[in-house]
Design a protein around this ligand. Structure first.
Ligand SMILES: Cc1ncc(COP(=O)(O)O)c(C=O)c1O
Length: 428
């Protein structure tokens, strides 16, 4: 799927590192993250977006995988960070990110979170409701600040993805609907506020999208809105944020549309839309998460028991599961895997890879062909960089795995494995 994956002497190498050696050194389950792939994705964002179009900015949707090292890496490349909680702001700042590069999202930000964001000088707040605007107004007055705000809109487009990661349809907990009365109330709220620096609009239509239909449809709606608020309120939009959602390959057969496929037609529409509305070209922001980190991660497991149910299926138990990868249970996500210590061999045994949690739904991969899998073999599951470590839990008191970063043949521990003591550390 990526050229950071190679096979030498029958073993799987990732970014030049022998994954069977990593499993032996650090134990399993283990998240392995390739710095070279992350940097390659960021270089593509620079080539295909930032350097190609003036007045653009890219923020990494850190919810996909937020570690201090990842924040530092992204910030050192000149990108900002999309954050969705005070905890994510705290970690981003601890990592040394410039607060002015943070974009704060959320449909239910708490008063404490808004206060913290304003205090810390977070660069942009993406407002999701009028209650938030009232709070920002008084925080602005209290701290003597003019707070940069965009509205997240609900464009009312259905994206072709699992409904749990589709966010742009009208019936959504995210964003502001666009009917005229609502629009007027929201515009009045920000335009009359002396403490809000209202800049424009944001949408995020969904995640893991392989066609650009929803992005383009949402953009058409946003551009209509830009014209409407110019006509009705004399407001010239200065900034638009197109969200993330750019799809990646989980299975070798998945399409790989690339970034330009989404960006190019959107930038063309923006240029034409603003020119025809007689408004100067806006700052354009994107927020890729999965696209940067998804294929940069793989997870190593040790295979345990093999259970054959004659005429039905063979289950292969591994030492992790829904605690380190909730996505199959949460939205039927599918993954590709191979046996790291038999990497050159073709699959010959049809199995279903089961996690170790006490849930029948804890199935990591349904029906995959692997080469004579045996207890002790190391299973490598690909494209687990996004929304795996970030969504990990301690269900069944299972410690969360370590994260190891790899780069051109070298490796280091980035996040240590949780211990049993960690599991009870908060209990009084
Ligand atoms: C507002 C917003 N921006 C960006 C993203 C990142 O999406 P993706 O990881 O699919 O690029 C999300 C994901 O939930 C989001 O909610």
């Amino acid at each position: 799927m990526t050229n950071a994956v190679s096979i030498k002497s029958g073993r799987l190498f990732f970014d030049g590192v022998d994954t069977t050696e990593l499993a032996a050194l650090y134990g399993t389950p283990l998240y392995v993250v390739s710095e070279s792939i992350i940097k390659d994705r960021i270089a593509r964002i620079k080539n295909e977006f930032l350097n190609k179009y003036p007045g653009t900015f890219a923020v990494y949707a850190s919810k996909a995988f937020q570690t201090l090292e990842m924040c530092r890496l992204v910030a050192s490349e000149g990108m900002g960070l999309d954050v969705v909680s005070a905890g994510e702001i705290f970690a981003a700042l601890k990592a040394g990110a410039d607060p002015s590069t943070l974009v704060f999202h959320g449909n239910a930000k708490t008063p404490d979170e808004l206060r913290y964001a304003v205090q810390q000088g977070v660069g942009r707040i993406i407002a999701d409701n009028l209650n938030e605007i009232a709070q920002l107004e008084s925080l602005g007055a209290e701290f003597g600040k003019k707070i940069p705000v965009l509205y997240r809109i609900t464009p009312g487009v259905d994206s072709h993805t699992h409904r749990f990661i589709s966010t742009g349809s009208l019936d959504s907990k995210f964003g502001i609907p666009l009917n005229p009365e609502v629009r007027a109330a929201y515009m009045h709220a920000v335009l009359r506020s002396p403490h809000i620096d209202f800049r424009g609009f944001h949408f995020h239509v969904g995640s893991q999208l392989h066609d650009n239909f929803s992005h383009l449809a949402a953009l058409d709606i946003l551009l209509d809105l830009v014209r409407q608020v110019k006509a009705e309120f004399g407001f010239a939009t200065r900034e638009i944020n197109l969200g993330g959602g750019f799809g990646i390959q989980y299975l070798p057969t998945d399409p790989d549309p690339g970034l330009s496929y989404f960006i190019e037609p959107m930038m063309k529409k923006i240029e034409e839309g603003f020119t025809s509305a007689g408004i100067p070209q806006p700052t354009v922001i994107i927020e890729p998460g999965r696209w940067i980190i998804g294929e940069a991660g793989l997870t190593l497991y040790t295979i345990g028991a093999k259970k054959e149910i004659p005429g039905i299926r063979t289950y292969l138990g591994v030492d992790g599961g829904m605690t380190d990868n909730i996505r199959p249970a949460l939205y039927e996500a599918r993954y590709h895997a191979l046996i790291a210590n038999k990497a050159e061999r073709q699959g010959d045994t049809q199995v279903t890879v089961a996690g170790k949690c006490c849930e029948s739904g804890d199935i990591l991969i349904r029906d995959i062909s692997l080469p004579d899998p045996q207890p002790g073999d190391i299973l490598a599951v690909f494209s687990t960089g996004a929304y795996n470590h970030a969504m990990a839990s301690n269900y069944n008191r299972i410690p969360r795995p370590a994260v190891v970063m790899v780069k051109n043949g070298s490796h280091h521990l980035s996040v240590r494995r949780e211990t049993w003591e960690d599991l009870i550390a908060r209990e009084l």
